[in-house]
Ligand binder design. Sequence first.
Ligand code: FAD
Ligand code: ZN
Length: 511
Amino acid sequence: MSLLSMFNLLNVFIRHVSKQNVLGKLQYSSQVLPQFSSEKFNKTRKEFSLVELKDIDYFKKILDKNRVLTEESDVLPFNIDWFKNCRGQSKVVLKPKSAQEVSQILSYCNQRKIAVCPQGGNTGVVGGGVPMFDEVILNLSLMNQIISLDDISGTLVCEAGCILENLDNYVREHELIMPLDLGAKGTCHIGGNVSTNAGGIRLLRYGNLHGSILGVEAVKADGTIVNCLKTLKKDNTGYHLKHLFIGSEGTLGVVTKVAIHCPVKPKSVTVGLFGLHNFENILKLYRSAKSSLGEILSAFEMCDRDALNSSSKYLKQSLPISEYPFYVLVETHGSNETHDEEKLTQFLSKEMESGLVLDGTVTSEPGKMQNIWSFRESIPAADLAGAYLHTYDVSLPQNCYYEIVPLLRERLGNKARVSGFGHIGDGNIHIDVIVPEYSTEVTNLIEPFLFEEVAKRNGSVSAEHGLGCRKPHLIHYSVDETAVQLMRDLKNVMDPNGILNPYKVLPDDGV
Ligand code: FAD
Ligand code: ZN
């Protein structure tokens, strides 16, 4: 590759990541481009057909020319994931505008045995949304229409490429909210959320997507459009097929439309940030919050000092309370502002008296609440800035939720910085290991140690991010072989040629 084209590629990539507000700091060197995933994960290309000129011509016949990207510099950003961990080698990005176009593309690719990687907002953490080799990237960003909103039942029907935050802004105008919220809301798509069964910060209150998604329309690998786009809360007529598409990470079908139940917008929101001495006190505080705040509790998040210091430095802002070993962020969604703020303030006073909380602040001012949330939500971007980030997403029984963080710190010594933060109510902790640059030595110290420790404690190696291309080999730590076999059988039925998101979710001994 010429120097000029390398320079152009870097510029495009840098513009792309800056636009998505990904990095505080970029190193202008060849290291900016991540290693190819196929090399990093030591994968062998399966026997799919190569994309030829005749295929590009066909795609251009179905889509307008400008919705078929083939210029190397145009395709590059779609080949790299948000966390700069994975890099594919696709030569073409397709941007359909309707389920019919998705159907035509898949039907053709299935006949030609061309592999396809469905892609939403590309904010996934496990590399599922970028190709391993030269899979065609099927990017859903132009399928971004809202179809209907029933503000009595709270049912929103929309296309899969709608950005979560845009949907939330839209339904808020109708006194509703989206039932999920996550740090990537400004970029991730609802179709990506459904395909990863995204959790996020309010799962504690509004439950997971298996509950909120009322129906989906999805396209199977052979191009069949499966219409399960029901908007009913109750519907036991036959198997609940929509669940096959929720959390299957684009390996069983391409989600093109969703119907989702939106809860009523709370009349009052209050947020508190509390400092605590140790993790045991966080658990006691959680138990107390469930009984004291009961029906209004909407989020209960924890961060250790390392995690919050990192985002405070990144945001160049001091925390609203002094420094403590642990922090808890509590949010309430209720219907009476004075009552709710009073309730949370009384809770804080009570727990400061009991000694569980060392210091805290409570607010219902939107700017201040947003400021407190930004410390929590910026942790991944802060840990990623100017460093190499190993990020783990595990769930554990709450009594051993934090145990692995100190174990890792001891094991890694001064080789890495380790921090823990996450959704206490869901038993889901994110463990970040931050090193100046990628090192096999550190990786080997973390893995498989961390997964073995999770398995010993009956946890899950993937709480909310899925398996993507980074974790299929770990499935056996958390799933029984009988269940893995049923997953393979399902994959074979839904996608016998294995063209949909190959190398993802199921281990290599699968399809
Ligand atoms: P992508 O990354 O594009 O794709 C993810 C997977 O879904 C891939 O396997 C892809 O093939 C598949 N896919 C995407 N769209 C479709 C479709 N229409 N049909 C079929 N398959 C499809 N996740 C959480 O669960 N909780 C969090 O709190 C959370 N916080 C985050 C914070 C930050 C700052 C970032 C960067 C990420 C966070 N994530 C979180 C991870 C990520 O945002 C979610 O996994 C999100 O749901 C991915 O959506 P996406 O549109 O970006 O999907
Ligand atoms: Zn999370």
